[in-house]
Design a protein around this ligand. Structure first.
Ligand SMILES: NC(=O)c1ccc[n+]([C@@H]2O[C@H](COP(=O)([O-])OP(=O)(O)OC[C@H]3O[C@@H](n4cnc5c(N)ncnc54)[C@H](O)[C@@H]3O)[C@@H](O)[C@H]2O)c1
Length: 348
């Protein structure tokens, strides 16, 4: 006889459909702003977390990664892939899901889609960092790479840094057209450009979010003038970078977790002891951010587990007790904790 699962068997599950409903319910820019608050709060208590570079399984086509971290109360991880050739085969480059658990008993307290959430958390992190590093009064952002992440980045930079003018460039004209249509529909002033060179003309912030499984040179040294902030999110795997290394030598480089960024970020092209600044120290006021209007600042973003943990915490707080989460019968929970077999037999 099939028995009803106990209430402890159920884990709140946020589907893609419900994540999209939640984002619209909150408002995308409000969501990004609130999420950035969670990320900033967690960066400010950085030493409280268990940290490790993510566990990556590389293949010729791409990478599949697990990104775990924990504080005293919760454990979280994200499963995420990165397959640059996917898009041409009708698949997404990046897909993800994640779990938040209680450290006290190890039970998951949230299972959620994280493909949409990763785009949101990456954008919220970029814009939060932009608030610390971008030149004062920045109004124009160049966006090189108009794929899945592009519009999310733009929305976050508007919500958090006040950017409303965008200059787009992508090697694929259809990607630029898609981004232009989407971004104009939400009120951005958009210019589609003829080259990367053209795109960075007059921009105070340059976001690179391209996908290519190689050492690419999306920005060459002569393209980058004084006083810009570069938000480089696409170089995030060994052998996969976007910037010419001469730019790195002229820039002040800011990173999430150096142990991971030195393996995966733009700085894999530099000596292992090249100086970098950890962003959590800047956010705590322990290290300087931008100190000079002519300085080139670079956020060498690879995406770190604590950002996903913040996103999981935020979504958990938002969906608790609402119909944005569905109960998923995910944990076997026998009445007698030692009688797992008996539970199986009674289900005959
Ligand atoms: N740092 C992070 O936290 C983080 C998080 C998510 C994704 N990413 C990375 O961001 C990148 C973009 O992700 P996505 O989901 O938008 O990918 P996507 O495949 O949807 O889009 C990538 C776009 O880059 C364009 N492109 C490729 N080479 C280019 C070049 N040389 N110049 C201009 N455009 C070029 C492609 O035509 C495509 O439109 C990926 O490399 C992904 O791994 C980083």
């Amino acid at each position: 006889m099939m028995l009803e699962p106990s209430h402890l068997a159920f884990v709140p599950f946020v589907s893609v459909q419900n994540m999209m409903r939640l984002v619209h319910h909150v408002g995308a820019e409000q969501f990004l702003t609130e999420l950035a608050t969670y990320i900033e709060a967690d960066f400010k208590r950085w030493p409280e977390f268990d940290k490790t570079p993510r566990v990556a399984s590389h293949s010729r086509e791409g990478v599949i990664e697990l990104m775990p971290t924990a504080d005293a109360e919760n454990y979280g991880f994200k499963y995420v892939n990165g397959h640059p050739a996917n898009m041409r085969r009708g698949y997404q480059t990046v897909t993800a899901f994640g779990v938040l658990s209680s450290v006290a008993n190890g039970y998951p307290i949230l299972l959620t889609e994280m493909t949409v959430l990763t785009a949101l958390r990456t954008a919220a992190t970029s814009a939060l960092v932009g608030r610390y590093l971008a030149p004062k009064g920045a109004q124009v952002m160049a966006m090189i790479g108009c794929g899945a992440q592009c519009e999310f980045q733009a929305l976050a930079f508007r919500a958090i840094c006040g950017i409303n003018r965008l200059r787009l460039w992508d090697i694929d004209a259809r990607a630029m057209e898609k981004a232009r249509t989407n971004l104009q529909a939400v009120g951005f002033d958009v210019v589609v450009c003829a080259s990367g060179h053209d795109a960075i003309e007059g921009a105070q912030i340059i976001t690179t979010c391209t996908a290519d499984k190689q050492y690419a040179t999306v920005l060459t040294d002569n393209m980058v003038g004084a006083g810009v902030h570069i938000n480089a999110i696409g170089g995030d795997c060994p052998g996969k970078t976007e910037l010419h290394s001469d730019i790195l030598r002229r820039a002040d480089i800011f990173v999430e977790y150096p142990e991971q960024t030195r393996i995966e970020g733009e700085i894999q092209a530099l000596d292992p002891d090249h100086p970098v600044t950890e962003l959590w120290r800047v956010m705590r006021g322990e290290a300087p951010g931008r100190t000079d209007p002519r300085q080139i600042t670079l956020f060498d973003s690879v995406g770190f587990a604590i950002e996903d943990f913040s996103a999981l915490r935020y979504v958990h707080a938002k969906v608790e007790g609402t119909d944005f989460a569905e109960p998923l019968d995910m944990l076997a929970d026998p009445d007698d904790p030692r009688d797992l077999f008996g539970m199986l037999q009674r289900a005959k």
